[in-house]
Ligand binder design. Structure first.
Ligand code: KG4
Ligand code: ZN
Length: 473
């Protein structure tokens, strides 16, 4: 077990001894810790000290890496990476810089992998050898999401760290059995300022520490999108920082950035209340939809079937919970789409469930709601299974990413994970909170744009308009 922590004040003597054990010429940071406030992180493996990281804050948010050392016998355990990750995860950082011996190829690679860039050379810095000065800049993004019935804001850092993620789910729609656009817009107006304030507070940031605003500009409900986009533009204008418009569906996909690095080429299965598509990605920001629904989205059918079964809105989680206790009672039909072998169709499935229930009611037969939920979910999974197998039949992919509100469904997750494993592919799905609509995913998609310097970062707020029918491309 590897455990990383800060060195305690009463451990300075021990640390000095440990330093002597690690390096020929100890740096003797004891004095630096006490006098200049250097910070030391210790890595422990099964209780034994295995390595350390010494950092120094030169100015607010400006950090210098003094030393990162791992004892020989513990190398290959990714301890250096873990020390760096721990330090970066708990610290406010604008810039981190360090010097590394030009001839130390391994160290340079390690820092490059950790997002550092070479900024300068220092001649003869290490006696006769040159020093390479490397640094890493962090940007802070406030992300806003109001495309449907979640009012959400998050703060995300450019190294894909989610610093805060506030989601207000509008419960008011439950009484209507579905989202009422006008009501959703009004609630966004009321709740968005509160949600933004809380996201900033949780991240521990002041508004003037932000570098960008990211906002969903489509697809979604026009009135709802407008509230988020106008708020983003107003804040961007007031703070004099750029606004990055983000496609909601790209956001869902990039929620997977919190899980693992993307392995291209990949297939992203995005299933939500408004969309159902299998998207091929050859690289970041490169989307081509291979398979999609020709009528209802999967989440929409879950919600409609839930209404048929009298379960209320949103129906997805309710049906999923019932299905866990049920078994296959009826094989509902799996639709095919004429002229589009990759196409999906779910409206027939909804009708089939409705007819099945009505039939039973007319005959006064008992209705086992758990079995119906299971049988319906089985048909959904089989549809995804067929289409994914078709995609995999023609081409090799390295990774399946599951995303969108319906990806919170554990049965669907398990089935897709199995397909990935059978085909030697990676599989990832975000944690539940990042599956359904949230703003962190919008911030993560914005980080990808920043990392790749990929357009769309507007210096002219006037250019950003809502696009309710936006598609991934
Ligand atoms: O992505 P999302 O939050 O909003 C849209 O962009 O549409 O997706 C919401 C959809 C709803 O239809 C909801 O019923 C469904 O996701 N959902 C689920 C589950 N959790 C949410 N569907 C099936 N199983 C779940 N566990
Ligand atoms: Zn969504």
């Amino acid at each position: 077990m590897i455990f990383i922590r800060k060195l305690n004040q009463n451990e300075i003597q021990d640390f000095q001894k440990f330093e002597q054990q690690c390096v020929k010429q100890p740096f003797c940071v004891a004095e630096f810790i006490e006098v200049y406030g250097y910070t030391v992180y210790i890595a422990e493996v099964d209780g034994e000290w295995a390595g350390y990281l010494v950092v120094h804050e030169l100015d607010f948010g400006v950090w210098d890496i003094i030393h990162i050392i791992v004892l020989k016998q513990y190398r290959l355990n990714r301890i250096a990476t873990k020390l760096m990750e721990f330090f970066q995860s708990e610290t406010y950082i604008r810039t981190i810089s360090l010097e590394v011996d030009e001839t130390n190829e391994k160290a340079r690679c390690f820092y490059e992998k950790n997002g550092f860039n070479i900024v300068a050379m220092r001649k003869n810095y290490y006696e006769k050898r040159n020093g390479v000065l490397m640094n890493k800049q962090m940007k802070y993004i406030l992300a806003i999401e109001t495309s449907c019935d979640e009012t959400a804001a998050a703060v995300v850092r450019s190294d894909f760290q989610v610093l805060s993620n506030i989601i207000h789910t509008q419960k008011i729609h439950e009484q209507y059995g579905g989202v009422v656009p006008e009501v959703a817009s009004r609630e966004h107006v009321e709740k968005l300022p509160v949600v933004i304030e809380q996201a900033m507070k949780d991240a521990g940031l002041e508004y003037n520490q932000l570098d960008y605003i990211a906002v969903t500009y489509g697809p979604g409900l026009a009135g709802s999108l407008m509230i988020g986009v106008e708020a983003a533009k107003t804040l961007g204008w007031q703070l004099n920082i750029p606004v990055i418009p983000i496609n909601h569906m790209a956001g869902h996909i990039y929620a997977n950035k919190t899980v693992q690095a993307f392995q291209f080429p990949l297939l992203a299965v995005t299933i939500s209340g408004g969309h159902t598509e299998i998207v091929e990605m050859l690289e970041d920001e490169n989307f081509s939809i291979i398979s999609q629904t020709h009528d209802d989205a999967i989440g929409e059918v879950y919600d409609k079937v839930a209404r048929i079964l009298g379960l209320g809105y949103p129906g997805g989680p309710k049906i999923a919970a019932l299905a866990e206790k049920g078994q296959l009672e009826h094989e509902f039909p799996i639709a095919t789409v004429k002229e589009d072998p990759y196409g999906m169709s779910f409206s027939g499935l909804k009708t089939a469930v409705m007819n099945y229930v009505h039939n039973k009611e007319q005959k006064n037969e008992p209705i086992n709601i758990e079995n119906i939920a299971y049988s319906f979910q089985h048909a959904v999974i089989q549809t995804l299974d067929e289409k994914l197998k078709l995609c995999l039949h023609n081409k090799t992919y390295k990774h399946i990413l599951l995303s969108g509100g319906v990806s919170a469904n554990t049965a669907i997750q398990a089935h897709l994970r199995e397909i990935a494993e059978k085909n030697g592919m990676e599989f990832s799905v975000p944690e539940k909170l990042l599956c359904t609509d949230n703003a962190a995913m919008i911030g993560l998609a914005a980080c990808t744009k920043l990392a790749g310097n990929m357009g769309d970062i507007s210096d002219n707020m006037g250019k950003i308009h809502i696009k309710p029918g936006l598609v991934l491309q």
